[in-house]
Design a protein around this ligand. Structure first.
Ligand code: PLP
Length: 389
């Protein structure tokens, strides 16, 4: 988070600025590194008694002057230490921010303002695109959805579509990343901590490139029916940053030994997964997907529906349809699969207590996975935008 770091006020309980170098300060103050490379006094008093220790976490009383008041340079140094500590388990190659109006490849500088309404009010939207062999996959399709989400969230664009597109491609180019993903956000912008966005002078665009050399594998998984309420239609069809229900659905699935949770809609029909769509192959060999009217219109799922026509042409599928799918029909399917840009096509072999089909990864899911992967590697220009590095 970015904070105003100029001429900090002298505050009781914090050390005054300017201060000696960070290392000298740490030594003089007897500080030790915390696991995330912040620094904390070794000596603290604990207010827990032996009897309440099991009932509640011990409360740590921090003694005076524990929290240092830092200069901008010291904050930068600590951000570098935080990054070097290995807490992050993904490789961030470049970030664009309209706040600083450029691209940085220094992960320590990949920050956004804490008064951005996307941070404290969830007033922002986002989208992604895969980077494969130096090409952006389905960028136009994801951009269409991104701008639609922004319009539904009443976020005025900071730039026109072609400028946003160009910024995104330039960010990938600066990152030198040829395999991974691009994630980007439009926020109503920074300005204050109000709920209204009236005080946000300009909307903001952020983008980040994440390297991931390994490809997803189409290994079978288990899913569970989510007990977390599904988002209402208005919010489910837009990709806003309000992903708490999605995160809890994923966590609940994992807590129950599964890959994720599956939502049912308000009428009890199959809806979608935490951050993926759902598809089935019926006993009559039809590829079946729930309609997109109450869920996120998945770019990967829509591409799968197009590519699957090849399997109809060669007789492996009898047809393709998008309609309401009951839980009973879904659980009785020959195959079930999760579909999304992160996983591509992932076979489901068990849903709650029900084994799906043979209980093994189905052949159609495997073929659809291969078709999407091939499309990412050598599909038409409508789905592959080359990046010049
Ligand atoms: C709720 C939800 N549904 C479906 C999807 C799949 O969409 P896509 O294939 O565009 O990644 C996502 C992922 O973004 C999602 O968040």
């Amino acid at each position: 988070m970015m904070a105003s770091l100029s001429t900090p006020p002298a505050t009781a309980g914090v050390s005054p600025s300017p201060r000696p170098s960070l290392l000298a300060y740490k030594k003089a103050a007897g500080l030790t590194p915390s696991p995330w490379c912040g620094w904390r006094r070794a000596a603290v008093a604990t207010a827990a008694t032996s009897s309440n220790r099991t009932a509640a976490p011990a409360e740590t009383i921090v003694t005076g002057n524990d929290v240092p008041l830092l200069s901008f340079a010291e904050v930068a140094e600590r951000l570098d230490e935080f990054h070097a500590s290995g807490t992050r388990n993904q490789n961030y190659m470049a970030m664009y921010s309209s706040i600083f109006g450029g691209i940085t490849t220094n992960p320590s500088a990949m920050v956004i303002p804490i008064d951005d309404h996307m941070v404290h009010r969830g007033h922002g939207v986002f989208d992604t695109a895969a980077i494969m062999n130096g090409h952006l996959y389905e960028l136009e399709q994801h951009l269409d959805r991104f701008l639609k989400s922004a319009s539904m969230a009443k976020i005025t664009l900071p730039f026109d579509r072609s400028t946003i597109r160009s910024i995104l491609i330039q960010t990938v180019s600066a990152s030198k990343c040829t395999q991974g993903s691009l994630r980007y956000w439009l926020s109503v912008g920074p300005g204050d901590f109000q709920l209204s966005s009236a005080g946000c002078a300009n909307s903001a665009l952020y983008a980040i490139v994440i390297e991931s050399p390994s490809l997803p594998v189409p290994a079978g998984c288990k899913v569970i029916t989510s007990s977390i309420p599904i988002k209402s239609q208005q919010f489910a069809v837009m990709k806003s940053v309000n992903y708490l229900p999605n995160a809890l659905t994923k966590v609940e699935g994992e807590e129950n030994g599964g890959f994720t949770g599956i939502w049912l809609d308000d009428e009890g029909f199959v809806a979608e997964g935490s951050n993926m769509n759902v598809g089935f192959v019926t006993q009559s060999k039809e590829l079946l997907m729930p309609r997109f009217d109450k869920i996120l219109s998945g770019c990967t799922a829509k591409r799968v529906l197009t590519l699957a026509k090849q399997l109809v042409a060669d007789g492996r599928l009898s047809g393709i349809s998008s309609r309401n799918v009951s839980v009973q029909e879904g659980k009785a399917a020959d195959e079930m699969m999760l579909i999304g840009s992160g996983i591509l096509v992932k076979p489901v072999v068990q849903w709650d207590d029900q084994i799906i089909g043979s209980g093994k990864e189905g052949p159609i899911a495997q073929m659809l996975f291969n078709l999407i992967l091939e499309d990412m590697r050598s599909g038409p220009p409508s789905v592959r935008i080359p990046v010049s590095y």
